[in-house]
Design a protein around this ligand. Structure first.
Ligand code: GRG
Length: 295
C-alpha cells in the first residue's frame, strides 16, 4: 500500500539504535553485572520501541540528539522486563530469541540485578543525555515512562497475567493484560518521540490513539504467530502446561476473527495519521509491519 522501503529503513534504524546502545552501556566494573546487562540488551530483537520513538520524533521535526537517549532507554526497560519475565518465579523460560535466557547464563541473582540496573539506568540516560529539549518536556517523558513501567503499566499487566494463568478469562481481562503488558510501553515509545520534538497536543492525541491501536494489533499478531509456530522456532520455550491453556485472541475470537480484528486496528491506526499527510509514511509502514510481520 506504500512505496516506502521499510526493509532498508528498519535495517538502518536498527543499526543506529544498536550502535547507541553499545555506546551508552560500555563494559565496566563490576564486569559480571555489565556483561549480563549487555548480553540481553545487545542480543537481538526487533528494536521496535526505539524505532517507533525515533520515527515519530523525525516526523515531528525532531533531531536524533533529542530522541536517541529516550529511544535507547525504552529498549532498556523492554529488555529488563524480558529478563525478569523469563525468571523461574515468572515464566521460567530457558530460551529467548533462540539464545539461553539471562538467568541461565549469569544466574538468577545477576539476572535480577541486571534488570534492576537497566531500569534505573534508563531514567538516568534520559535525564543526562537528552540534548536540545526543554526540562519540562524531558520531565514529561520521564513521568510517562515511569507510569508505563509501573503498576499502571507493565507490572500491573504482568500481575493480572500471572493471576490468570490456567484460567478461563474474559476478553476484557485479556485486553487489560495486553494494554498494560505490551501497549503501555509501545504507547510511550510513540508519544515520547513527539513530545521531545515539541509536537502540538492535538498531534500527541492522534499519536496516542494510533499507538493504542498498534499495541493491541501487535499482541493479536503475536497470538496468531504462536499458532503458526513461528515464535517457537525463534526460541521461545514451548509446551509448558499452564501456558498451553492460556487465553489468547484466537482462542476467544477464533482465528479468522482475530485476523479481522488485527486488520481493523491497522485501518484505525492509519486513519489517526491522516493529519500528518505524507510525513506519516514511515509510521504507516510500521503499523503494517506490526500486523503483517512473519515473526
Ligand atoms: C518494567 C519494572 C518492570 C518490571 C517488569 C516481568 C514484567 C515486569 C513484565 C512482563 C512484561 C512482558 C514480558 C511483556 C511482553 C511484551 C512483549 C510483547 C514482548 C515481545 O516484544 P517484541 O516482540 O520482542 O518486541 P523483541 O524480541 O523483538 O525485542
Amino acid at each position: 500500500m506504500t512505496q516506502f522501503d521499510l526493509t532498508s529503513y528498519l535495517r538502518q534504524s536498527r543499526r543506529q539504535v544498536e550502535a547507541a546502545l553499545d555506546r551508552y552501556l560500555p563494559l565496566q566494573y563490576p564486569e559480571k553485572l555489565y556483561e549480563s546487562m549487555r548480553y540481553s540488551l545487545l542480543g537481538g530483537g526487533k528494536r521496535l520501541r526505539p524505532i517507533l520513538c525515533l520515527t515519530t520524533n523525525q516526523m515531528c521535526d525532531g533531531t536524533s540528539a533529542m530522541a536517541l537517549p529516550t529511544a535507547c532507554a525504552l529498549e532498556m526497560v523492554h529488555t529488563m522486563s524480558l529478563i525478569h519475565d523469563d525468571l523461574p518465579a515468572m515464566d521460567d523460560d530457558e530460551y529467548r530469541r533462540g539464545q539461553k535466557t539471562n538467568h541461565i547464563v549469569f544466574g538468577e541473582d545477576m539476572a535480577i540485578l541486571a534488570g534492576d540496573a537497566l531500569l534505573a539506568y534508563a531514567f538516568q540516560l534520559i535525564a543526562e543525555q537528552t540534548v536540545g529539549v526543554s526540562p519540562e518536556r524531558v520531565v514529561r517523558v520521564l513521568g510517562l515512562l515511569g507510569k508505563a513501567a509501573s503498576g499502571a503499566g507493565l507490572v500491573g499487566g504482568q500481575v493480572v497475567d500471572l493471576a490468570s494463568e490456567g484460567q478461563d478469562i474474559a476478553l476484557e481481562t485479556l485486553e487489560y493484560i495486553h494494554i498494560h503488558k505490551t501497549g503501555a510501553l509501545l504507547e510511550v515509545s510513540v508519544i515520547s518521540g513527539a513530545i521531545l520534538a515539541g509536537a502540538a497536543e492535538a498531534e500527541i492525541e492522534r499519536l496516542t490513539r494510533y499507538s493504542r491501536c498498534i499495541g493491541l494489533a501487535f499482541q493479536i499478531k503475536d497470538d496468531l504467530l504462536d499458532i503458526t509456530g513461528t515464535q517457537q522456532e525463534l526460541g521461545k520455550t514451548a509446551g509448558k502446561d499452564l501456558r498451553d491453556h492460556k487465553a489468547t485472541y484466537p482462542s476467544l475470537l477464533g482465528y479468522e476473527g482475530a485476523c479481522k480484528r488485527a486488520e481493523q486496528l491497522f485501518e484505525e491506526a492509519v486513519a489517526e495519521l491522516a493529519i500528518f499527510g505524507k510525513r506519516a509514511e514511515p509510521l504507516t509502514a510500521l503499523a503494517e509491519y506490526i500486523v503483517r510481520r512473519s515473526h
